[in-house]
Design a protein around this ligand. Structure first.
Ligand code: NAD
Length: 478
């Protein structure tokens, strides 16, 4: 279904994110017929380009990052004609009048801030003073949204000077994933799960986001950030919210976000022995974390595992174990809802503790499966085995696009539709920082030094102990 006609201005349209994700994603929506024929994408950035040179740059980017779809040369040519370029200086006056002249009336106006957050205020102000943005315009902003509560508040205040909250779309691409949306369908459109979704039946929940890559070219940025700020405060906490929230009374942006906010506010402070930080060691082929960030004394974490608890009726006493890290054994993101043991087994010799586990897999092979116990087929007697009830829906994605591009394109279409459900609200972001800030301040005050872990492992030994101590174990990263 095509969305309304639009002019989408991408500030930072020549940057890495625009070239690798935003424009290839828009091209896929264009090919799918979702982008109206005369919708336009206007790139605004610092370099000097005209439409023709910008188009050829993006043509190359889409061929490189756009997957199999970029072989559609006719489609690509038609899409490139939708692109325009204006050289704009976020901190000066150059280019703004030209941008204003380009914008059409009567179409959705969206402005994507794909630039360093230090420029958000300048851009918001100039959009306003040059009369380019109005009350109906939409603003898309990228992460990182601050590095602590104070800076996030300042950013929110800066944007609020010129835009209302219902115009602001803070992107967390994890929320654009098919599985995440499906998680809400599974929870709230079935009678089976919701009655069991509480401390009476759930033993604990695990959320793992494991990467095999190191910090790559982002070393200097990453070393000032670390896994807590870069991954937990946004992506993992968003996943936790969707698992833990109460059913909203309708599937509508503020109803959903109100419930997520309540979860964040109910998160309890964490003792230092329930947090494990790590740094990867060198392997034969790859450098260590400290070498990668060129900081031999760095105490920033490339891995973190923690045990969180939510103080409300539904989740009293149910631990949420979260972990994420780089250079781990596999690229894998999943949520596991591990149900309690049966109180009593009627099957003789059933010492193995058979447990139902609902696995929500975001990466690879997006899908959901439920581990159930059945009789081993055949005449061998009453032996029990665990099998997955598989709800894999990794649909026609194939190898046409990676999952991140897919998430971006969905979210951008939601911006044009004016649907904020899958975007973080300002108060959510601030509440998340309000929870993580004291944890970070705690380890800084203790001068905590991260534990080292082998490249290709599951993280530091202590992170395994975090669960062993509780008589539990992490699901394998695979
Ligand atoms: P980049 O450095 O590759 O690109 C920056 C862009 O900003 C360029 O187009 C540049 O021309 C423009 N720019 C810089 N100064 C300007 C000015 N004064 N006036 C106008 N334009 C100016 O950055 P990026 O990697 O594309 O990241 C952009 C934003 O997205 C950042 O906030 C980043 O944190 C965020 N982000 C990036 C990624 C990624 O994969 N690259 C992922 C998540 C979030």
């Amino acid at each position: 279904i095509p969305v309304d006609n639009f002019d989408l201005v991408i500030f930072g349209g020549t940057g890495d994110l625009a070239r690798r994700k935003i424009l290839p994603g828009l091209f896929r929506r264009f090919r799918a017929g979702q982008m109206p024929e005369d919708a336009r994408v206007i790139a605004a950035a610092r370099s000097e380009h005209d439409d023709a040179s910008y188009r050829s740059e993006i043509e190359a980017a889409i061929k490189e990052f756009g997957g199999a779809e970029s072989k559609d040369r006719k489609g690509l040519k038609a899409f490139l004609e939708r692109l325009h370029y204006v050289a704009v200086d976020a901190r000066g006056d150059g280019g703004w009048q030209q941008l204003k002249d380009l914008m059409r009336d009567g179409v959705v106006r969206a402005f994507y801030f794909s630039v360093a957050p230090g420029l958000f205020g300048d851009l918001a102000e100039r959009l306003h003073t040059h009369g380019i943005a109005d009350r109906d315009s939409r603003l898309v902003v990228e992460k990182p949204f601050g590095r602590d509560l104070k800076s996030a508040r300042a950013l929110n205040a800066t944007l609020a000077d010129h835009f209302n909250e219902d115009q602001i779309y803070r992107i967390d691409h994890y929320l654009g994933k098919e599985t995440v949306q499906n998680l809400m369908a599974v929870r709230f459109a079935n009678v089976l799960f919701e009655p069991l979704w509480n401390s009476h039946y759930v033993d604990h929940i695990q959320i793992t986001v494991a990467e095999t890559v190191g910090v790559g070219g982002r070393g200097s940025y990453y070393d000032k950030s670390g896994a807590m700020r870069d991954m937990v405060q946004n992506h993992l906490m968003q996943l936790l919210c969707l698992i833990a929230m109460e059913p909203p009374n309708q599937f509508e942006a503020d109803a959903v976000r109100d419930e997520k906010l309540k979860v964040i506010r109910a998160l309890q402070p964490i003792d230092s022995h329930h947090i494990v930080r790590g740094q990867y060691e060198a392997s034969e082929k790859t450098a260590s974390y400290r070498e990668d960030v060129e900081n031999p004394k760095s105490t920033t974490e490339s891995f973190i595992a923690l045990r969180a608890t939510i103080a409300n009726w539904r989740w009293a006493g149910v631990p949420f174990y979260l972990r994420t890290g780089k250079r781990l054994k596999a690229r894998s993101s999943e949520i596991n809802v591990v149900f309690k043991d049966l109180g009593h087994s009627i099957f003789e010799g059933d010492e193995a503790r058979h447990r139902n586990v609902l696995t929500i897999r975001l990466q690879p092979n997006e899908g959901i499966d439920l581990q159930v116990t059945i009789k081993e087929p055949g005449p061998g007697g009453m032996r029990l085995i665990d099998v997955p009830l598989d709800m894999t829906f990794a649909q026609a994605l194939g190898d046409e696009a990676d999952d991140v591009t897919d998430a971006y394109e969905r979210l951008i279409m939601d911006v044009i539709r004016g649907n904020q459900t899958l975007f973080m609200r300002g108060d959510e972001v601030e509440a998340a920082w309000a929870w993580t800030d004291p944890l970070i301040e705690g380890w800084e005050a203790r001068h905590d030094v991260p534990k080292v872990y082998d490249t290709g492992s599951s993280g530091p030994e202590d992170s395994l102990m975090l669960m062993h101590r509780d008589g539990r174990r992490w699901r394998d990263i695979k």
